[in-house]
Design a binder for this molecule. Structure first.
Ligand code: GLA
Length: 585
C-alpha cells in the first residue's frame, strides 16, 4: 500500500488526512553546494513537499554508457537532503519533461532517430525508456516512501494529452514503474481542457491539472473529468520563462498570492511552479518553436518566490502568509538575502582566437562531401565549425538550403561576412568572395533543443547543401566544438578581433554569490573556474549571469569568455544585483 493514498476528496499520508503544499525546484538547475540551503528555504515558506523533474538527457547522455548520477546530477543525495529537511518529494521522471529544458529532457541520441515515434508505444522508444529505468530506479528505490524515503508520488509522462492519445503507451509507462518496484501513488498532469484531459488520462491513475490562474474554473474542469479524488494543481504557474529578445516576464506577487489563496481555500493541493527556478547552466536551455524558433535564456528565475540566487522575493513573503492561513508554517524567521560579493572589475587581458584554434580543439574533425548536421557529428550541444573553399571569386549569394540550426556566423578568409539565424528563417547571404579558392568558415551554434510540440529533435548545424551562385560547395571539414574542456587553450596578451576566448583573473577573499555583467560584449559563453555559467547575449533581456558562491574560491579565480563577435572594452564586472532585463507584466 503506498504511503500516499486518495479519498473521494483528498489525500491520506500514512492514513492521516494530508494536503500537498509543494514547490518545484529542479536539482539540475541549482549548484549542488546550494541544495541544502534551497530546501531549508522551501520548508521555511511553509512547503511540506518539493517537486522535481528528472532529465533523461543528462542522466543518460549515451545509450550504452553508464548512468550519470554525480555532482549536479546526484539525485539520491538531493533526495536524502530533502528527507533530512523533513520534506516530501514528488518525482517527475518523464520520459518527457518539457520544462524549457534542452529537448524536453529526451536524449538527442533518441530524438535524432528519424524513424522513431517519440512519446508513443513505438518499441524503439519504450525499450530505450525501459533500459534507462533499469539503471535509474535501483538507486532511487531506497528513497521511496515505501523504504522510509521522502518520495510520496511519481508522475507518469507530462501533459501527454497536449501531444498524443496513445493509451497503450501510458499504460506501458505505468507498468514500467510498477514492475521495477515503485509502489507509490502515480499521477498524470494535464492542462484542463477536456480534450487534453481525455487524451492524457489513464484509468485508475490520479489526474492533476496545470494552470496559473482562474483556479475555480480549472478545478471545476478537473472535477468534471474526475468526479472523485483529491483536487490538485500539479503546476501552479506563478511566473514565466523568458526567450532571448523578449522582455523579462514578471507577475505581481499579490495576483499570484490571490490565486494561491483560491486554490487552498477550495481544499486543493498544490505544486508551485516554480518555487525556485534556478539556472540553465551550460548548454541546457530549451526552446520553443511555434511560428518561429525561440530559444530560452540562461536564467530560469521564473519570477519565483525564491529568486535565481536563492533570495526570498516578494512572492516568498506573500505565499508564506497565504500558506499560514491553511497549514502550519515553521515558527522560525523567514530567510534573509544572502551576502553578495563586493562589486569588482575583471580585466580580460589575454585571448585565444577561436578559428585558428578550432582545428586543434575539435575532437573529431570529419571530412565529408556535404556538411553533416551536428547530430550526425555526434554533437549533443555546443558549436561546430564547417570549413571549405569557394572556387569562384566575386559578388554573389551563398545559399544555405534548409537554413541553419540555429545561428551561423560566416567568414571568408577569416573576415566576418554575415550571420544567419533560424529565428529569422535566414537562408541566403550576399557576399563578395575575395579570391578564387577563398576559405569559407561557417561557425554554427546550437541555441537549445525545442522542448515542446512536434519539433522536438529538430536537427542542428548546417541543414542542407550550401551553394555559391547556384553551384554546390563540396569537400567540407566539419569540426565539432563541444567546449566541454577548455584546458587546451593557449592564451596570449593582445586584442583579438572575431570569435575568441578571453581570459582574466580576479581575487576573492570569501566566496559569495555574484552576478557577471558584460557591458559592451556581444554574444557568447562564460565560465568561472571551469564552471560553465551559460550563454550571454546583448539581445537581452537578461544582462547578468548568476554566479553561485560555490563556484568561487578564496584567492585567484579564472573568468573565461567565448566572445563570438567583439567587445567595446576588454572588461567584465561582477555586481551585487541581478539584471534580468526590462519587465513585462
Ligand atoms: C508546462 C510544462 C512544464 C513547463 C511549463 C511552463 O506546464 O509541463 O514543464 O514547461 O509548462 O513553464
Amino acid at each position: 500500500m503506498p504511503a500516499l493514498t486518495t479519498t473521494p476528496d483528498g489525500f491520506l499520508l500514512h492514513g492521516e488526512p494530508f494536503r500537498i503544499v509543494s514547490g518545484a525546484m529542479h536539482y539540475f538547475r541549482i549548484h549542488p553546494g546550494q541544495w541544502a540551503d534551497r530546501l531549508r528555504k522551501a520548508r521555511l515558506m511553509g512547503l511540506n513537499t518539493v517537486e522535481t523533474y528528472v532529465p533523461w538527457n543528462l542522466h543518460q547522455p549515451d545509450p550504452d554508457g553508464p548512468l550519470v548520477l554525480d555532482g549536479i546530477l546526484d539525485l539520491p543525495r538531493y533526495l536524502s537532503l530533502a528527507r533530512a529537511e523533513g520534506l516530501h518529494v514528488l518525482l517527475r521522471p518523464g520520459p518527457f519533461i518539457c520544462a524549457e529544458w534542452d529537448g524536453g529532457g529526451l536524449p538527442s541520441w533518441l530524438t535524432t532517430d528519424p524513424d522513431i515515434r517519440l512519446r508513443s508505444s513505438d518499441p524503439r522508444f519504450t525499450d530505450a525508456w525501459d533500459r534507462y529505468l533499469d539503471l535509474l530506479l535501483p538507486p532511487l528505490l531506497p528513497h521511496m516512501a515505501a523504504a522510509g524515503g521522502p518520495v510520496i508520488a511519481v508522475q507518469v509522462e507530462n501533459e501527454y494529452g497536449a501531444y498524443g492519445d496513445d493509451t497503450t503507451y501510458l499504460k506501458h509507462l505505468h507498468q514500467s514503474l510498477r514492475s521495477r518496484g515503485i509502489e507509490e501513488l502515480l499521477f498524470t498532469c494535464e492542462q484542463t481542457d477536456p480534450e487534453h484531459l481525455a487524451a492524457g488520462s489513464l484509468p485508475g491513475t490520479l489526474v492533476t491539472g496545470t494552470f496559473g490562474s482562474k483556479a475555480d474554473q480549472n478545478l471545476t474542469r478537473l472535477r468534471a473529468h474526475q468526479p472523485e479524488g483529491p483536487l490538485m494543481c500539479a503546476e501552479f504557474w506563478i511566473g514565466w520563462f523568458d526567450h532571448w529578445g523578449e522582455p523579462h516576464h514578471v507577475r505581481a506577487a499579490a495576483d499570484a498570492a490571490a490565486d494561491l489563496e483560491r486554490l487552498l481555500s477550495a481544499g486543493a493541493s498544490v505544486n508551485i511552479y516554480m518555487f525556485h527556478g534556478g539556472t540553465n547552466f551550460g548548454f541546457t536551455n530549451g526552446a520553443n518553436h511555434d511560428h518561429a524558433y525561440a530559444p530560452i535564456v540562461t536564467s530560469y528565475d521564473y519570477d519565483a518566490p525564491l529568486t535565481e540566487s536563492g533570495d526570498p522575493g516578494p512572492k516568498y513573503h506573500a505565499f508564506r502568509e497565504v500558506i499560514a492561513r491553511h497549514a502550519p508554517v515553521p515558527d522560525e524567521p523567514a530567510p534573509a538575502p544572502s551576502r553578495k560579493l563586493a562589486p569588482t572589475v575583471v580585466e580580460l587581458d589575454r585571448q585565444a582566437p577561436l578559428l585558428p584554434h578550432a582545428a586543434r580543439q575539435a575532437e573529431r574533425p570529419v571530412r565529408t562531401e556535404s556538411p553533416l548536421t551536428l547530430d550526425e557529428l555526434g554533437l549533443r550541444s555546443g558549436y561546430a565549425l564547417y570549413r571549405t573553399t569557394v572556387p569562384a571569386a566575386g559578388d554573389g549569394v551563398l545559399h544555405f538550403a534548409g537554413g541553419v540550426g540555429d545561428r551561423a556566423q560566416v567568414f571568408l578568409d577569416g573576415a566576418p561576412v554575415g550571420v544567419l539565424e533560424r529565428e529569422r528563417h535566414d537562408e541566403t547571404l550576399p557576399v563578395r568572395v575575395p579570391r578564387a579558392g577563398a576559405t569559407l568558415d561557417v561557425l554554427v551554434e546550437n541555441m537549445g533543443g525545442v522542448n515542446y510540440g512536434p519539433r522536438i529533435g529538430a536537427p542542428k548545424g548546417l541543414l542542407g547543401a550550401v551553394t555559391f551562385n547556384g553551384t554546390a560547395l563540396h569537400g567540407w571539414d566539419c569540426l565539432p566544438l563541444p567546449l566541454n574542456d577548455l584546458s587546451g587553450l593557449t592564451f596570449e596578451a593582445g586584442t583579438a578581433a572575431g570569435p575568441a576566448f578571453h581570459h582574466g583573473t580576479f581575487e576573492v577573499t570569501e566566496p559569495a554569490d555574484t552576478f557577471l555583467a558584460l557591458p559592451g560584449w556581444t554574444k557568447g559563453q562564460a565560465w568561472i573556474n571551469g564552471f560553465h555559467l551559460g550563454r550571454y547575449w546583448n539581445r537581452g533581456p537578461q544582462r547578468t549571469l548568476y554566479v553561485p558562491a560555490p563556484v568561487l574560491r578564496p584567492g585567484s579565480n579564472d573568468l573565461v569568455l567565448l566572445e563570438l563577435h567583439a567587445t567595446t572594452s576588454p572588461r567584465a564586472q561582477l555586481t551585487d544585483t541581478p539584471d534580468l532585463g526590462p519587465e513585462q507584466r
